[in-house]
Design a protein around this ligand. Structure first.
Ligand code: ADP
Length: 464
């Protein structure tokens, strides 16, 4: 198709446009052909009928003119009429006298008068005067110099042709509109399978890895559907394998780490007996073991969420109550939760353990990167709850605000603190848990002062 049509037009619009253009071309061609055939035929038929009558009349005029006392006025008056026609005669002997019952010589085209006067045989001409179309035909009568003409009006045929033109133009426009509608219908039918594929792809992207498309019994589409389903199966197998691997590794690391932790704790209890250097080394080891344990726990959690929400249990949760628990567990009891008026009920349907982790990760990050949270707000509407945690730290640069939710992503704040931060899994876990609840999480700047504002929006029911 014309390449310029691709600019800015969607596939559906392009198909409808192509149908419309096709309809217009076909209907215009048919209309033009029908019009020109009708025009030629009706004008030719008219000319034929006129000529037949004209020659009869001419021969009558010739015979009558041979009579001594012939008066051309009477002769012309008595001629049988050609429908819509009028006779006129020119008698050159008589000082170029024009005789006509209903016409004047000006009604004839001068070229025709000249042709008939100088040439041999009959001449005809189609012409238009003052918007009236006419056919004139003339001949010299026998050996005399008398020229006999008849003028027939073609206005009736022209007006019929004009109505035909209007009708055909209207029919062409109608056919084009129908073709466009047909195009819209055909394109939406043709694109329907694509919508199904797009929905399935979205559902896979949202974590429903077992989503497949049903075959429709259409050989053209089934090959496509088959490849899509094969791709989805391959993807599912691969993700499950990767998740299992990470989960197996984390599991395997858990027990030696616990042994290590216990040993470090034993040593820690006897720290006083150690030399200063050994005590410092023990502190470093203890810190690293804690970080390592945290990393393994986070990895286990991530691989669990990759494997799907098998262990998720959704119950009614009072978020105010949950916040109280998290604040107590993470040492943030001194920060009050500001509950907005918009929050008519703090209860949502959610997985308690995961939501606990969402809030505790955000509070711990505020501790790590910003000397703790400065404000916790709870608001929302009828269909969702919105939790906002503000800190007064360095904030997160605009270009990092999406990236920090990726796995193993550490931002400038963490780099500034050297090895003090985590492995970059905390916010990835927050994002995974929030997605499992069909919610959203993002970070922005605190409007009133410098700092990061983490916003978690959770729908009240899981269907959203
Ligand atoms: P980690 O803390 O283990 O590095 P996270 O996923 O929890 O990983 O955080 C990712 C990055 O986001 C951090 O490395 C840090 O740069 C940035 N970040 C998270 N919370 C804050 C915050 N409250 N203020 C500034 N930066 C933050």
């Amino acid at each position: 198709m014309l390449s310029f049509l691709r600019l800015g037009l969607g596939l559906r619009a392009r198909i409808a446009f192509a149908f419309g253009l096709g309809g217009l071309i076909v209907s215009a061609l048919l209309s033009l052909t029908a019009y020109s055939v009708t025009r030629t035929t009706s004008l030719d038929q008219r000319a034929e009928a006129v000529e037949r009558q004209f020659f009869n009349n001419a021969s009558f005029v010739r015979t009558a003119s041979l009579t001594e006392d012939a008066s051309f006025g009477d002769i012309l008056d008595n001629l049988p009429q050609v429908a819509g026609g009028s006779p006129i005669a020119r008698i050159p002997d008589n000082e170029n006298l024009w005789v006509a019952p209903r016409l004047a010589s000006e009604d004839l085209p001068p070229e025709l008068i000249e042709q008939v006067a100088t040439g041999e045989g009959a001449y005809s001409m189609r012409y238009s005067r003052n918007g009236n179309h006419s056919l004139a035909i003339g001949i010299r009568v026998g050996e005399t110099a008398v020229s006999y003409f008849e003028i027939v009006t073609l206005s009736e045929i022209e007006s019929n042709l004009s109505s035909l033109r209007t009708t055909l133009a209207a029919a062409s426009i109608g056919a084009t509109v129908i073709a466009v509608l047909l195009g819209v219908w055909a394109s939406s039918r043709a694109l329907r399978p694509l919508a199904t594929v797009s929905e399935a792809a979205l559902s896979i992207a949202a974590g429903d890895l077992d989503t497949r498309i049903d075959e429709r019994g259409d050989p053209d589409l089934d090959a496509f559907v088959g490849s899509f389903n094969d791709m989805a199966s391959a993807l599912e197998t691969r993700i499950e394998r990767d998740a299992r691997f990470a989960s197996d590794v984390s599991h395997e690391l858990r027990s030696p780490l616990m042994t290590l932790r216990a040993s470090v704790d034993v040593l820690d209890a006897r720290k006083d007996e150690l030399s200063e250097r050994s005590g410092a080394a023990l502190s470093l080891l203890s810190e690293d073991v804690t970080r390592f344990q945290r990393l393994v726990e986070d990895l286990l959690e991530i691989s669990r969420s990759d494997a799907g929400s098998i262990d998720a249990s959704f119950d009614s949760i009072d978020i105010v109550e949950l916040l109280r628990h998290v604040r107590a567990a993470t040492g943030h009891v001194d920060i009050d939760v500001q509950v907005m008026k918009s929050l008519n009920s703090p209860v949502i349907l959610g997985d308690k353990r995961r939501l606990f982790q969402v809030v505790s990760n955000l509070l711990e990050n505020a501790d790590k990167y910003a000397d703790g949270p400065v404000r916790i707000m709870l608001g929302g509407s009828e269909d969702h709850i919105r939790l906002t945690i503000d800190d007064a730290g360095p904030g997160i640069p605009k270009d990092e605000r999406r990236l920090v939710f990726d796995r193993f992503a550490r931002g400038v704040a963490a780099r500034r603190r050297g090895t003090g931060g985590g492995a970059g899994l905390g916010l990835a876990l927050v994002a995974e848990h929030v997605r499992l609840h069909h919610g959203r999480v993002w970070v922005e700047e605190v409007p009133e002062h410098q700092g990061a504002r983490f916003v978690v929006e959770l729908p009240r029911s899981r269907e959203q």
